[in-house]
Ligand binder design. Structure first.
Ligand SMILES: Nc1nc2c(ncn2[C@@H]2O[C@H](COP(=O)(O)OP(=O)(O)OP(=O)(O)O)[C@@H](O)[C@H]2O)c(=O)[nH]1
Length: 203
């Protein structure tokens, strides 16, 4: 595991074979591994610094195993996550049902975790429209309902992958800056209160 300082914990969730590892691999190493599919066992971690304006935000990405055998383990990895990338395969409708399961989990157990829905393998549906088994508009309606962002990506071509992680980092940075600002304002208010109190006693 990397000893790098991490700003935001990000967790990858979704049914097995949807392409979570491939998404991280494309984003972090800009490559798409071909060869026999190897399922993730437990989880894998990687830290990646990202430029957001003039700042650098380091995302600590946990790639969990999609197999239901490891479901209890995946729960450990989303604890304290600032963002969850919930993946489903655009060519597999059952994977979207599984994505909804993870969304419910997050809503019940990790309410401050921001949710990003990610439809994977967009290259396959671009090549052959009949391969698409999850309608874009249906997911967009669902995303609006749960206040999630929606991306369709391809780890094979790289389509939308950088954009997805960049948005995660930007949203985190925006929220963090806002929190910092309100905390500072809180101190100001306190100081004002003390000075009023002093003025009041003084007269
Ligand atoms: N065509 C295409 N194939 C993809 C894409 N992403 C992943 N795959 C393939 O889908 C299979 C599963 O990908 P993984 O990244 O291992 O899936 P995973 O979700 O990490 O699977 P688990 O570790 O079992 O949870 C592999 O054979 C990948 O090559 C993509 O964008 N396009």
């Amino acid at each position: 595991m990397s000893g790098q300082r991490v700003d935001a914990k990000v967790v990858m969730l979704g049914k097995e074979y949807v392409g979570k590892t491939s998404l991280v691999e494309r984003y972090v190493h800009n490559r798409f591994l071909v060869g026999p599919y190897q399922n993730t066992i437990g989880a894998a971690f990687v830290a990646k610094p990202i430029h957001v304006g003039e700042k650098i935000v380091t995302l600590g990405i946990w790639d969990t195993a999609g197999s239901e055998r490891y479901e209890a383990m995946s729960r450990i990895y989303y604890r304290g996550a600032k963002a969850a990338i919930v993946c489903y395969d655009l060519t597999d409708s059952s994977s979207f049902q599984r994505a909804k399961f993870w969304v419910k989990e997050l809503q019940n157990c990790e309410e401050h975790c921001k949710i990003y829905l990610c439809g994977t393998k967009s290259d396959l549906v671009e090549d052959d429209r009949s391969m698409r088994k999850v309608d874009f508009h249906d997911v967009q309606d669902y995303a609006d309902e749960i206040k999630a962002q929606l991306f369709e990506t391809s780890s094979k071509s790289g389509h939308n992958v950088d954009e997805l992680f960049q948005k995660v980092a930007e949203d985190y940075d925006q929220l963090y800056s806002f929190q910092q600002m309100t905390e500072e304002k809180g101190v100001d208010l306190c100081q004002k209160k003390n000075s009023t109190f002093y003025a009041c006693c003084h007269h």
